[in-house]
Design a protein around this ligand. Sequence first.
Ligand code: 5GP
Ligand code: ZN
Length: 117
Amino acid sequence: MAGEPQDDCLFCKIVAGQVPATIVRETKTTVAFRDINPQAPTHILVIPRAHHRDAAALAAADPALAADVLRETQAVADEEKLDSYRIVFNTGSGAGQTVWHAHAHVLGGRGLQWPPG
Ligand code: 5GP
Ligand code: ZN
């Protein structure tokens, strides 16, 4: 069910402390941790504690929680002293989504090309 922890979900396991991660910020509703395969000097994932399969499902099921995730991306950027950064929600396998628990990538610390690849 939407929002409930999923046994087979890596990010639910990180939320539960069953898989280690380098956590940089936590709130009542979100967790932010460093990506294991960083694509930029700063590459942090911000996730809701509750399980939703992607950003759109999260926004549809719980708009306030989606806003919490977005607010945290700015908090992460502030902590990392990023003037500019990019927020990415890969949605669907064709766009590179590999973990089916909504997550915002916060990327910064280098020049970021536009349009992205
Ligand atoms: P996606 O490809 O779904 O948009 O993003 C998933 C991200 O999770 C990838 O950037 C990948 O490097 C990261 N990732 C996958 N497994 C782990 C892990 O065990 N720990 C951490 N910290 N990041 C992970
Ligand atoms: Zn999950």
